[in-house]
Design a protein around this ligand. Sequence first.
Ligand code: NAD
Ligand code: 022
Ligand code: ZN
Length: 375
Amino acid sequence: MKTRAAVAFEKAKPLEIVELDLEGPKEGEVLVEIKATGICHTDDFTLSGRDPEGLFPAVLGHEGAGVVVDVGPGVKSVKKGDHVIPLYTPECRECPSCLSRKTNLCTAIRTTQGQGVMPDGTSRFSYKGKMVHHYMGTSTFSNYTVLPEIAVAKIREDAPFDKVCYIGCGVTTGIGAVINTAKVEPGSTAIVFGLGGIGLNVIQGLRLVGADMIIGVDINNEKKAWGERFGMTHFVNPNEIGEDLVPYLINMTKRGADQIGGADYTFDCTGNVDVMRAALESAHRGWGQSIIIGVAGAGEEIRTRPFQLVTGRVWKGTAFGGARGRTDVPKIVDWYMEGKIQIDPMITHTLPLERINEGFDLMHAGKSIRTVVIY
Ligand code: NAD
Ligand code: 022
Ligand code: ZN
């Protein structure tokens, strides 16, 4: 069949809207009509050429929602007409990682996914007879895409595609980092560094679990109002405090008879390795955990004094918020439909596919929280 798609033909060039050829689903695969997709930083990172593992030409996009229109042989867990969210972190429930219960990083299709092909080693996309790569196993910048059955989460049918697509990455990453990775308890104090599309979801996750003090840190003052909207209790702009950030935050979080400061949980949502250090060092002595969510540039390294860890601070990272996609994503959709979490206000822009490149411009200019493309 043919499908309309925004294709990354070359690095650092705008996406081109073209008609691609798409082969139908093979064994264990499903064909999904994508109804909406968000634009996320990783799509931009790959398109820019800064990602050394980026492959071209490719159909980017990993934050989508749509409807199953066909299934290949042997598919049991979904059927034609089911509403689904594609998963860049699949959940096979059979590999050693899934069975361990200790990680969400399923390994069933890991190698081929990284190579931009389906598990059988070939691509379903082509243009004028030449193969076009899949991306993160999802390729949601195409109106139709083929996915492994283990890489789709079936969701309720009354959920609006143009909102719940954001659960395909940003929402689940932010809320999941709080619930699955940090396991934040009610009454905790927390600091969130970077109040963008991820940090705001960390904040609403913290509110959901009943955190007490929720400090937001951002160099952009416009983020103060954004943070407050989702549960932030205090805002700090590091450029406006007139002293070093870490002692300032430690002082702000002083509690108890011993007056030792530091937050129970801190989250990096910037991808800046200096911010990651500040996040670790503003965690509480003895038990404070710092969760790295931001993706740093290729080859960058984090630093701190080992003493920071020896005295009980814990450095952790999270991929897709530690969520097991097929199990957890439908629950997050339910939370949204029940009004427990908000998504609508974070979707600041919607565009038709033809204008997808403007979505990248809005991201670069820091004007959007999320742009959603509607097919
Ligand atoms: P964003 O650009 O919307 O937000 C980043 C925010 O950080 C902005 O508000 C910016 O003003 C702020 N900021 C920049 N430098 C700062 C500094 N020095 N101190 C304080 N604040 C600073 O980005 P986003 O969509 O929220 O994504 C954040 C990061 O999360 C990215 O690196 C993205 O790749 C990553 N991410 C990771 C996962 C995962 O599974 N680990 C999933 C999704 C996104
Ligand atoms: C999504 N991300 C950032 C913004 N939006 C993002 C990027 C990378 C990961 C998670 C989220 C990530 C963390 C750990 C891994 N990845 C490796 C997983 C593994 O090896 O098991 C990651 C993922 C997918 C791909 C590359 C790296 C890919 O499909 N190309 C989950
Ligand atoms: Zn993403």
